[in-house]
Ligand binder design. Structure first.
Ligand code: GLC
Length: 559
């Protein structure tokens, strides 16, 4: 039976994928049109970012109705058709469930505002402190205080994200019941997977207190009760259906918690997204800064999570890209001088690890950051808040723009580049956000005719299905002190894989440890010249190579 260990997920940001009706916004019919393209890539599951009714203050992560489709994206009939078409192509749909908060336009919040006690208890409302200051000193993840006035009641509501996203009170059993019903509604529609948005912050304490660091994260992240809530959700919804794949987005989590969320024995989730490896270009932990990425930190973090999760029987979601991250090729690769090689290096590094790989739309073409010039080119609420905060700190406009160009979430949200024609073939109308100008050179049409990145992804996806050493093997990091190469070994029932990933342009010669030189090996996949494994091996710019060894079965058993 094929499990999620062998699967690869493709993430679709629906607003920017394909517009079918010329209104400038991608939609469900647009996705349906492109299903054969995705089937050709070979992915198994399509994670679609939220397309439910929403005022779109945070691009759909501010949900006003969990069980209706926003007309911007289509209708329920379109969704049913989408499910049917994906099934025809042997793929499944994974929905994005934003259960930590609702939009303030949600009926629950609106009824709470009108004074209905039942719904006031759905949210986290508190009195300000005696001195009139906010109930706690916590800050919102999008900047500013995490509290806002709750109409003229004198109380304030908690919003860990935008002021339009009010946190739900998971301690209230009625809230949990409502949310589990939402999950069950979509399960009944034939959905086979869920990505749970910021699910490790749902467990707030009964009594909320000031944070010593003035931020508050540690007071609401990974609380033991979050595990209880997730387990309960599992038992009340997806745990009752066969083969449902779930992934939790875990903000600032730990390996220990990652294991607890994803070890099958705990019956919580199939796997987790963690983000530490994507903070290696933050200066002193500050996202809104500009600094080269720290390679040693990147590989140590990947290694620690691989080893740690493996030991505790947890499971990682593997990724460098998503809708909240700048494009990895612009961040860790070199799209100008080593376009194809660096795109493939990043792909292979991730795809041969232990876990389930995620491909974010356009990654399979090597799509890059758009390099917008004006702040008005950006749409994202977090980016605009950051712009204001950096301005208040006294940074000049040019410097702020340099930072935003590198860090904005809109870097990955520009429209999918299908062709070299107007708007990259994304829409016949006016796109909701500008395209990256390089759609003339980087697009699906061109990639399919003359590129090699798409086919490289295709091969990696296929290998995972064919080779248990990739889907099931253990992980071991080697040559960890090397300053430009991240190498690891995967092992499974006598088979072995050695993966060498060189992250820089300057060629480098590495000495291969003795243990790999005593058995015959085969060049499995890479982006350079096919060659044999030798004691001394030169790696070219951004070169990645995997060698395969079939160890004698008897030897494997005895060792
Ligand atoms: C997650 C989403 C992000 C959203 C936030 C609040 O981090 O990925 O896009 O803004 O949650 O819902």
């Amino acid at each position: 039976m094929s499990t999620f260990h062998e699967k690869v997920v493709y993430q679709i940001y629906p607003k920017s994928f394909k517009d079918s009706n010329g209104d400038g916004v991608g939609d469900l019919k647009g996705i349906i049109e492109k299903i054969p393209y995705l089937a050709d890539l070979g992915v198994d599951v399509l994670w679609i970012n939220p397309f439910f009714i929403s005022p779109q203050k945070d691009n759909g992560y501010d949900i006003a109705n969990y069980v209706e489709i926003d007309p911007l994206f289509g209708t329920m009939e379109d969704f049913e058709e989408l499910i049917a078409v994906t099934h025809k192509y042997k793929m499944e749909i994974m929905l994005d469930m934003v259960l930590n908060h609702t939009s303030i336009e949600h009926d629950w919040f609106q009824r709470a505002l009108k004074g209905e006690k039942k719904y006031q208890d759905y949210y986290i409302l508190r009195e300000p402190k005696a001195d009139g200051s906010h109930p706690t000193n916590w800050v919102s993840k999008f900047g500013g205080p995490a509290w806002a006035p709750f109409a003229d009641t004198g109380k304030e509501y908690l919003h860990l994200y935008d002021v339009s996203q009010a946190d739900l009170d998971w301690r209230n059993p009625d809230v949990r019941k409502e949310l589990f019903n939402v999950v069950n509604f979509w399960l009944e529609k034939g959905v086979k997977g869920f990505r749970f948005d910021v699910i490790n912050v749902i467990g707030k304490d009964e009594v909320l207190i000031d944070a010593e660091d003035g931020i508050g994260k540690s007071l609401y992240t990974d609380r033991p009760i979050a595990h209880e809530f997730i387990h309960e959700m599992n038992q009340e919804s997806y745990g009752r259906y066969p083969n449902i794949m779930t992934v939790g987005e875990m903000s600032s989590t730990t390996i220990e918690n990652g294991i607890a969320y994803s070890n099958p024995e705990n019956e919580e989730l199939s796997m987790v997204f963690s983000f530490h490896h994507l903070k290696v270009d933050y200066l002193d932990g500050e996202k809104w800064s500009k600094t080269p990425f720290d390679f040693m930190e990147l590989k140590e973090l990947l290694n620690d999570w691989q080893e740690g999760m493996s030991k505790g029987n947890g499971w990682n979601a593997l990724f460098f890209n998503n809708h909240d991250q700048p494009r990895a090729i612009s961040r860790f690769g070199d799209p100008v001088n080593h376009f194809e090689d660096s795109a493939k290096l990043l792909a292979q590094t991730i795809h041969l690890l232990r876990g389930t790989p995620y491909v974010f739309q356009g990654e399979e073409l090597g799509m890059t950051n758009p390099e917008f010039q004006e702040i008005t080119d950006y749409v994202d609420v977090e980016t605009h808040n950051a712009y204001k905060e950096l301005q208040e700190k006294g940074l000049p406009h040019e410097e702020i723009m340099e930072i935003i160009k590198e860090k904005s979430r809109d870097n990955s949200r520009t429209p999918m580049q299908w062709t070299h024609e107007k708007n990259g073939g994304f829409t016949t109308g006016e796109p909701w956000i500008k395209l990256a100008e390089n759609y003339h050179e980087i697009n699906v049409e061109k990639e399919r005719n003359e590129g090699t990145i798409f086919n490289f992804y295709k091969k990696l996806i296929q290998l995972r299905k064919e080779m248990p050493v990739i889907s099931e093997g253990n992980y071991r990091g080697i040559m960890m002190e090397h300053p430009s190469v991240y190498s690891y070994v995967r092992e499974h029932e006598g088979e072995q894989l050695l993966v060498l990933n060189h992250f820089y342009a300057e060629p480098v010669t590495i000495e291969i440890p003795e243990e790999f030189l005593t058995r015959p090996s085969q060049y499995l996949i890479g982006n350079g010249t096919k060659r044999a494994l030798t004691a001394s091996l030169e790696l070219g710019p951004y070169e990645t190579i995997a060698f395969y060894f079939e160890v004698d079965k008897k030897e494997a058993k005895n060792s």
